[in-house]
Design a protein around this ligand. Sequence first.
Ligand SMILES: [Zn+2]
Length: 88
Amino acid sequence: MCLLCNAADKSRDHLFQDCSFSFDVWSLLAGRLRFQPLRSWEGTLTQMINLPRGKPLTLLSLLAWQAMIYWRMNETLGYTPIRFAQWT
Ligand SMILES: [Zn+2]
């Protein structure tokens, strides 16, 4: 079960794009980076691949998407910076 919304099973599509909490964060970032947020993983992947090359907003968009993926993976797997610190 998704830890953020507690309304759907954990799946790639739900965790990274369809979860209402994730989508709210992604929508906020997308607005700042001037692209339309999509609710599908495949659509977002295609969108990221097709961003214009060599543009500063493209690099920032890719970094934001990577950060979203990292955040959701850590949230899902229960890895927090504090827990990482405890392991080292
Ligand atoms: Zn959710």
